[in-house]
Design a binder for this molecule. Structure first.
Ligand SMILES: Cc1cc2nc3c(=O)[nH]c(=O)nc-3n(C[C@H](O)[C@H](O)[C@H](O)COP(=O)(O)OP(=O)(O)OC[C@H]3O[C@@H](n4cnc5c(N)ncnc54)[C@H](O)[C@@H]3O)c2cc1C
Length: 379
C-alpha cells in the first residue's frame, strides 16, 4: 500500500501518538508507523506517574527540572476531564493519590521543605491517621507526604490516544533524496509519503537518524525494573526516600493488576538504576532485601516472586544526565524528538506543532485503523 498524508510519524509510543493527536486536532492529516504493537517500548514499561516534578527536588530545594513540569498534573487532569482538545476521558487513572514516605534518616530540613510553603499545592505532610492503608497499618515511623502526582494506566492511555488514528504496523526506514526524506518505507511493504516526517521512535530514533543522515547524537540510560508477585499485596503508590540515597527515590512503588486481576508491585527508582549492574538473580535478591527492610510488617514480601524487566530510556545525548525538558530537533523536512518523560509528551507535541507551523494542512486524512496495544511487563 502507498499512503500519503501531510505528516508521517515513525513510532507509536506516547510521544508519536500524542503528536499525531495534536496535529490531527490542528487539521493535519497524519499517518503513524509502528514497529510492532503500539506502545511496545518505554511507554508500556513505564510506571505511568504523571509527575509534578518534586521527585527532582528530593535534595530539599527546587531545581530547574522540578519547576519545568510543575503544571503538568493539572494539564493532564484537564485532558482526563475532556476539557482540552486531547480528550483522555477514556483513559483509566490507576491512582489519584501518590505519596512520598521519608524514613527517620531523612533530615528535618528536607521534611520541612516537603511540608512547607515552597512546595505548597504540590505536597503536604500527612498525620498518621491520613497515611495510606499500607503504611498506616504497619510499624513505619517516618513522615508521609501526599504529592499532586497521580498514576495512569499506560495501556489505556495508549488505547485512548490511538483511537481514530491511522496507524500502520511496520518498522519505518527513510528514503532520502538530495538530503531530504521523501518517504518512509515500512518493513510490511507499505510506503508513507508525506510533506513532513516526525521521528518519535524512542530507541529506534538512533537508526532513523543514521539512515536519514542527521547529525543528532543519542544516549540510552538502562534500567532494571522489578515486578513483585505475592498474591495478597495491597496497592501502594509511593516514592520511598532515605538519606542514604540522596536526591533519588530509594524505591518507587506503583501497583498494577496482572492477568488474574491480582495486584503486582512494580519497582523503579534507585533500585532500577543500580540494578543494571546486577544479574537478574542478584537484582531479585536485592529487591527482596530492600522491600523487607522498608516494609517489615508485610509478610508476603519475603516469599514473593521477583521478576526483572530490563529496558533503556532513550534520549538525545546529554553526557548521560537526564535532559530536563523534551527535545525536538528539526532539519529540513524532518523533526526528531524525545519526550524524556511520559509526563512531558504534551509539551513535546506543542514543540512539534511549532516546528511544522509553516506547513498549511492540505492532504485528506486516510481512513483510521484499529490496533491492539502492547501488554505491560508485569503481565
Ligand atoms: C521503566 C520506565 C519507567 C518510566 N516511568 C515513567 C513514569 O512513571 N512517568 C513518566 O513521566 N515517565 C516515565 N518513564 C519515561 C517514559 O516512559 C518515556 O519518556 C516515554 O514513554 C517515551 O515515549 P516514546 O514514545 O518516545 O518512546 P517509546 O515508548 O519507546 O515508543 C517508541 C515506539 O517506536 C517504535 N519504533 C522504534 N523504531 C521504529 C521505527 N523505525 N519505525 C516505527 N516504529 C518504531 C517502538 O517499537 C516503540 O513502540 C519511564 C521510562 C521507563 C523506561
Amino acid at each position: 500500500m502507498h499512503i500519503s498524508a501531510d505528516i508521517a510519524v515513525a513510532g507509536a509510543g506516547v510521544a508519536g501518538l500524542w503528536i499525531a493527536r495534536r496535529l490531527r486536532a490542528d487539521g493535519y492529516s497524519v499517518v503513524v508507523a509502528s514497529d510492532g504493537t503500539p506502545g511496545d517500548g518505554q511507554t508500556i514499561a513505564s510506571q505511568g506517574i504523571v509527575h509534578s516534578g518534586l521527585k527532582y527536588a528530593l535534595g530539599g530545594s527546587l531545581t530547574a527540572a522540578s519547576e519545568r513540569i510543575a503544571d503538568m498534573p493539572d494539564y493532564w487532569r484537564a485532558c482526563l476531564r475532556g476539557e482540552t482538545d486531547i480528550d483522555l476521558r477514556a483513559t483509566r487513572v490507576t491512582s489519584e493519590q501518590f505519596y512520598m514516605m521519608a524514613d527517620a534518616s531523612v533530615t528535618s530540613r528536607v521534611t520541612a521543605f516537603f511540608g512547607g510553603q515552597l512546595t505548597a499545592g504540590r505536597s503536604r505532610s500527612l498525620s498518621r491517621a491520613d497515611f495510606p492503608g499500607t503504611l498506616r497499618s504497619g510499624t513505619f515511623r517516618g513522615s508521609v507526604f501526599e504529592m499532586s502526582d497521580f498514576v495512569l494506566d499506560a495501556r489505556s492511555l495508549l488505547e485512548t490516544l490511538g483511537h481514530g488514528l491511522t496507524i500502520l504496523e511496520g518498522r519505518a526506514s527513510p528514503t532520502v533524496s538530495d538530503g531530504a526524506v521523501t518517504a518512509l518505507q515500512l518493513s510490511s511493504g507499505d510506503t508513507i509519503e508525506a510533506r513532513h516526517y516526525v521521528f518519535a521512535a524512542g530507541a529506534g530514533n538512533e537508526e532513523l537518524i543514521a539512515a536519514a543522515g542527521l547529525p543528532w547524537a543519542t544516549q540510552r540510560r538502562p534500567l532494571c525494573q522489578v515486578s513483585v508477585h505475592a498474591g495478597d499485596l495491597s496497592p501502594l503508590f509511593a516514592h520511598a526516600v532515605s538519606l542514604r540515597h540522596g536526591s533519588k527515590p530509594r524505591v518507587t512503588v506503583t501497583s498494577h493488576r496482572d492477568q488474574d486481576n491480582t495486584i503486582v508491585w512494580y519497582l523503579g527508582g534507585n533500585i532500577a538504576e543500580t540494578g543494571v549492574k546486577r544479574t537478574d538473580e542478584a537484582q531479585a535478591a536485592f529487591a527482596r532485601q530492600e522491600l523487607t527492610a522498608l516494609f517489615p510488617w508485610i509478610g508476603g514480601l519475603k516469599d514473593a516472586t521477583y521478576r526483572c524487566h530490563r529496558i533503556d530510556r532513550a534520549e538525545p545525548a546529554a553526557k548521560l544526565q537526564r535532559p530536563n525538558e523534551p527535545a525536538c530537533l528539526t532539519r529540513a523536512n524532518v523533526t526528531t524528538c524525545w519526550p524524556i518523560k511520559l509526563t512531558m509528551a504534551p509539551m513535546l507535541a506543542n514543540q512539534v506543532r511549532a516546528a511544522v507551523e509553516a506547513l498549511a494542512p492540505c492532504r485528506p486524512q486516510p481512513d483510521p485503523t484499529v490496533s491492539a496495544v502492547a501488554s505491560p511487563p508485569w503481565i
